[in-house]
Design a protein around this ligand. Structure first.
Ligand code: SF4
Length: 730
């Protein structure tokens, strides 16, 4: 049996695995014990249900094997197998028709969670001339990375060390989100007496190990953070020497924070005053400390403001770039960076300015990106362009509206790769109507999905086992191809590189795709390291960057002032409030008592549930057996009052529609809040319309609002944790 080193891309842990292969048969996929980074993550990788069931996944009879072309109405689930040559030629011709008639901006793309090479997708679209790349970035890790860049000039990364005294977990960040971090946090508490503070509306697993749990009203986190800042300043608990030397805007912050006394904030947040003060005091005095978070903050209407306040806490207490605190990752310099591959310089300013939503949601667009990148380059040079930690997107909700209305201009074609907008994008009804109305819709995926059912062409993609991979973060890790991507008579799947290049060649981009394969591109990217991809893998497939703390003492922070910008010059330059400010959610019992009379419960969603990852894996029987149905968590008193019992199917209804999930009685949630699972569809159900694999039945995005007027005014993110609903027995 031959062993291949691979990186698992079935979630973001990116575990290094050893794939056992005999001929063209996959025999086993086990944790790679030879890999230097494996030791701490070994128990997680070992127990992971996605890894344990990967052979069922890989050989699933539902895998897409050849390109498919729609032969009847959109959504009729009638397909004809075609060759890759025909697929590229036909799709290329239809893209040409759209761009000739409406301009290149009439073509758009949707991406997923960054587990493909988005820089290659961006290259295709930049060369084509379209800025309309949308994705989950505005409600995923994007705002964290962006706001970290805005305040500090690089991406903050919490690492628990022996000297860490306080661990603040905000809106997730515990087990199942980042298990390696969580394990080190629990060890620090048990062995060194570090305190764990959890801020979360739900009593998730991490609260069992917490010294203090602040169970806040969903959506009020920014007020809570501002109250902690206020207490720390009022009581002189902050690191004065660090703030004086390295922070900009302290006095403005002090004035703003004074608007958030603990008493007032206790009423807003439902968190008792003494707990707010206790959390602030521990965090400020038990240093160094780390702050980790899940997606709970990114999913708020107030996401950017909350992250801003959360980062200010770290700065005030002297935890930034401090061993045992929140450090900076080091960019890896020995590789051609992703921004060069993305070819951003090939998109003209006039096309950049056509990005949908760029005038309104400026931070996570090229406007914000260019501003921040100019400071980063001063300190980090070209390294600032290695694995981007700054995302620039078109605004998804604005894009779907442009498809439907033709305003501000027509968008007529879309390519979806590594995403499933019918399940993962808010306001499913609107998304459905938009996709149905396109002149061209292409989906590349591993399996047929509700989104793929609406496509004109469906292209079969390679999994991490059938493709090579370079994962560059702070250092680089490589993955080799374990399985062939083509087996005569059985399947012919393509890497995302092959797909974008194949389309590029049809569209006259030959000169810009000199690398015939992904391996060739990796050879090019590794040239500065003096290695080919094969040589890199033969030497272990791993290169790390030297670690360096307090780089700012030599070069300052990569911001316009060279300091941490508590009051942000970048936000100010983009026309936003430079300081964090709490706003009540648009749809809450406080802001909409009229609506709350009919929809009395607060709906939150987005918490992780094994063995799935977002909308993936439900077709694999061995995984589905572990978690057969969607579950909604309800407090026992709330359920009893509504005559609902554990295991009952119940309707969850918002002003936008209703879905069904099974009741899971849960003590750890407030009586006024319910948590519904996301990502649900039923691969086993009828694929043709109207079912679309049961996409309307339990999919929480049917309930979510995406009106640009209620999106975060800075990032454009849509609220997933602050909506109103009612529940009743189905
Ligand atoms: S799915 Fe499992 S094995 Fe794969 S990266 Fe995630 S945790 Fe690691």
């Amino acid at each position: 049996m031959e062993t291949k080193r691979v990186i698992c891309m079935q979630c973001h842990n990116a575990c290094r695995l050893a794939a056992g292969v005999e001929g063209d048969r996959l025999i086993s996929v086990e944790p790679d014990e030879t890999f230097p980074g494996t030791r701490s993550s070994y128990p997680i990788t070992k127990g992971c249900p996605r890894r344990r069931n990967v052979i069922d996944y890989f050989y699933h009879p539902g895998r897409l094997n050849y390109p498919l072309k729609r032969i009847k109405g959109r959504g009729d689930n009638e397909w004809q197998q075609i060759s890759w040559d025909d697929a590229f030629a036909e799709i290329g011709e239809r893209i040409k028709q759209i761009t000739d008639r409406f301009g290149p901006e009439a073509m758009a793309t949707t991406s997923g969670t960054g587990r493909t090479h988005d820089e290659i997708r961006q290259r295709f679209f930049n060369l084509l001339g379209s800025p309309n790349h949308t994705g989950a970035g505005q409600i995923c890790y994007g705002p964290f990375c962006v706001m970290s860049n805005v305040l500090f000039g690089w991406r903050l990364f919490p690492v628990v060390r022996d000297n860490t005294k306080c661990i603040l977990l905000w809106g997730g960040g515990g087990p199942r989100y980042w298990d390696v971090f969580w394990k080190s946090a629990v060890n620090a508490r048990q062995e060194k007496g570090a305190k764990i503070i959890v801020i979360d509306p739900r009593g998730i697993d991490s609260t069992k190990h917490a010294d203090l749990w602040l169970q806040n009203r969903p959506g009020t986190d920014c007020a809570l953070a501002m109250a902690m800042i206020n207490h720390i300043i009022e009581k002189d608990l902050y690191n004065k020497a660090f703030v004086d030397a390295w922070c900009h805007g302290f006095s403005d912050l002090k004035q703003r924070a004074a608007q958030y006394p603990a008493g007032k904030v206790a009423e807003i947040t439902w968190v008792p005053e003494d707990k707010i003060r206790q959390a602030a005091q521990w965090y400020a005095t038990l240093t160094p400390g780390v702050t980790n978070h899940g997606m709970g903050i990114e999913h708020l209407h107030n996401a950017v403001e909350t992250l801003h306040a959360h980062f200010i806490l770290s700065a005030l207490c002297g935890n930034v770039d401090e061993k045992g605190g929140d450090i900076f990752t080091t960019p890896y310099s020995g590789i051609v960076h992703e921004q060069e591959i993305a070819a951003h310089d090939r998109l003209s300013d006039s096309q950049v300015n056509k990005t949908l939503g760029i005038d309104r949601f400026r931070l996570m667009s090229r406007k914000g990106f260019d501003l921040v990148q100019s400071h980063l380059q001063r300190v980090y040079g070209n390294e600032a362009f290695a694995r981007t930690s700054y995302e620039a997107f078109a605004h998804g909700p604005s894009l779907y509206r442009a498809i439907l209305t033709g305003k501000p201009y027509p968008v007529r074609g879309m390519i979806t790769l590594s995403s499933n907008p019918m399940v993962t994008v808010p306001n499913t009804r609107l998304v459905y109507e938009a996709l149905k109305s396109l002149d061209l819709y292409v989906v590349a995926d591993f399996f047929m999905t509700p989104s793929a059912q609406l496509a004109d062409y469906v292209l079969p993609a390679t999994t991490y086992l059938e493709r090579p991979w370079i994962w560059a973060y702070s250092g680089i890790v490589g993955s080799e191809r374990a399985m062939p991507k083509t087996l005569e008579g059985r399947y012919d799947r393509r890497d995302d590189y092959d797909i974008w290049r194949g389309l590029g060649l049809e569209l006259g981009q030959e000169a810009d795709w000199p690398w015939e394969s992904l391996e060739d591109l990796y050879d090019y990217r590794l040239k500065p390291a003096g290695l080919t991809f094969r040589e890199f893998m033969d030497r272990g497939g791993f290169l790390s960057s030297p670690k360096e703390n307090r780089r700012y003492q030599k070069s300052g922070f990569a911001t316009s002032t060279g300091k941490i910008e508590l009051s942000s010059k970048t936000l100010e330059a983009l026309g936003y409030d430079p300081l964090p400010r709490y706003d009540e959610p648009h749809e809450s019992p406080v802001s909409r008592p009229d609506s709350a009379a009919h929809f009395p419960l607060i709906l939150i969603t987005g918490g992780r549930h094994l063995p799935y990852y977002h909308s993936e894996h439900r077709q694999v029987a061995s995984m589905r057996k572990m978690h057969p149905d969607p579950l909604v968590q309800i407090h026992p008193d709330t359920a009893a009052g509504l005559g609902i019992e554990d295991g009952d199917w119940i309707w969850i209804e918002s002003p936008r529609g209703r879905i069904k999930q099974k009741c899971r009685i849960f003590e750890g949630i407030d009586q006024r809040v319910v948590h519904a699972q996301h990502g649900w569809w039923y691969p086993e159900k009828e694929g043709a319309e109207p079912s679309l694999h049961g996409v309307w039945e339990s999919n929480v995005n049917v309930l979510i609002d995406d009106d640009p007027d209620i999106c975060n005014p800075i990032s454009g993110g849509w609220p997933l944790r602050t909506l109103l609903c009612r529940v009743y027995k189905a």
